[in-house]
Write a protein that binds this ligand. Structure first.
Ligand SMILES: [Zn+2]
Length: 109
């Protein structure tokens, strides 16, 4: 996956051109789901297709980024109202164990 407006292929450094769009489903508070539209780009060098990730998501995670960062920042815990049962404690623990890696995806603001 690549950042929005990335122009170079992370694989070979080739030029990326617009390819198509795909829908991804993200899970948010209270297990609500919503779809976001992502742009895919194709590399002119190696033909690999790369999907752009937006600030709403973290690549390869099904939960929205805001919720994951909330857990990593300590704002969301199983003791916070609205998050007692979901995401489950095991999921939160898994994110915390991957904290350094997950924070790399955070867009600078
Ligand atoms: Zn390439």
């Amino acid at each position: 996956m690549i950042a929005v407006n990335e122009s170079k292929c992370p694989n070979c450094g080739g030029k990326l051109v617009g390819y198509d769009t795909v829908y991804r489903t993200l899970i948010t508070k209270n297990r609500k789901k919503y779809r976001i539209l992502l742009l895919r780009r194709r590399c002119k060098g190696c033909n690999k297709i790369h999907t752009e990730y937006t600030e709403d998501m973290i690549p390869y995670k099904r939960y929205e980024a805001e919720m994951i960062y909330g857990v990593l920042d300590g704002f969301i815990t199983p003791f916070v109202i609205g998050f007692e049962d979901y995401p489950c404690e095991k999921t939160m623990e898994r994110w915390l164990s991957q904290k350094e890696q997950l924070l790399l995806w955070r867009n600078p603001k």
